[in-house]
Design a protein. Structure first.
Length: 100
């Protein structure tokens, strides 16, 4: 079934019929193009949302790493302070042995 009707043995379609068929073809191509664009936009939006989600995850991970780093630093400083205090108190108690 040839849309333009110029198949073997069939008479040529009239100019008006050809015009109608051309318009129909153009309309269908336009509709197809619009559908393609809509799908492309949906796909693009999906990609962007995925990218944003990935970046958000990365930000959360970075924040968590920073918090863990800060916590580790605090613990190190606390341990250091504790060590200094115990050394000092050891020295004080040793010094005090001489006074009694």
């Amino acid at each position: 079934n040839d849309p333009f009707g110029h198949f073997y043995g069939t008479p040529m379609t009239s100019a008006r019929e050809q015009q109608r068929l051309r318009q129909e073809l153009a309309r269908r191509q336009h509709i197809r193009e619009m559908e393609r664009r809509k799908l492309a936009e949906i796909e693009w939006r999906r990609r962007m949302e995925a990218k944003m989600a990935m970046e958000e995850e990365e930000r959360k991970r970075r924040k968590l790493r920073e918090m863990e780093f800060i916590e580790r630093q605090r613990r190190i400083e606390k341990d250091e302070e504790e060590r200094r205090r115990s050394l000092f108190s050891d020295r004080v108690s040793r010094d005090n042995e001489f006074y009694y």
